[in-house]
Structure formats: C-alpha cells, structure tokens
Design a protein. Structure first.
Length: 102
C-alpha cells in the first residue's frame, strides 16, 4: 500500500512541467540618420558582439530595415532596449530599438 502511494506522488510530480519564460527578440530598426559606426558600437557595447558580428547585424539593419540583436527573457530584454535608447538619445541619434515576443 505504501509503494503505490509513493508511485502516485511521483507521477503527480512528473505531470507538473515548468514552462520556460517567454523570450523576446531585441530588434534595431533602420533610420536615415544614425551612423553605421554608432550602430556597431551599440552592438558591441550592449550585446557583447565582436567587430565582425556587429558589422553583419548593422548591414542587415541597413539593407533590410531591421536586425535581431539577441533573444532574452522579458526583464533583460526591456532593460537592454531602455539602455540602447537612452545611450542613443544621449549621443543625439534617433536609433530605434524594440522588443517582440520570439
């Protein structure tokens, strides 16, 4: 009798699956004013990219209008978006950075 009870408890524990938190893509949007070098600096500074990675994403933003900087949980994504926007404004650039659910 004790064994079947323990087995029932184990089965109940297995049924409870923890869903991972939703992830969000951080996107940079193209504009006609922000210098390419500044976009590369942002990607290196806030997304830990090397020169080559940052250049590739910058070119994607430039040619396709949008580029993905990374995918993060909501709180990290919103913090990074805020940091990029504040840094851009402080440097007098209109660079737009947004997040959307992945």
């Amino acid at each position: 009798m004790m064994e079947s009870n323990a087995e029932g408890v184990r089965l109940a524990e297995e049924k409870v699956k923890h869903k991972p938190p939703p992830l969000y893509k951080i996107l940079l949007l193209n504009d006609d004013f922000t210098p390419m070098e500044f976009v590369i600096e942002v990607l290196k500074l806030f997304f830990s990219m090397n020169q080559e990675q940052a250049t590739q994403i910058m070119l994607k933003v430039h040619t396709e209008g949008v580029g993905v900087c990374g995918v993060y949980p909501s709180d990290i994504a919103s913090t990074k978006v805020r940091q990029v926007v504040e840094f851009s404004r402080k440097n007098q650039h209109p660079l737009r950075c947004v997040m959307e659910e992945n």
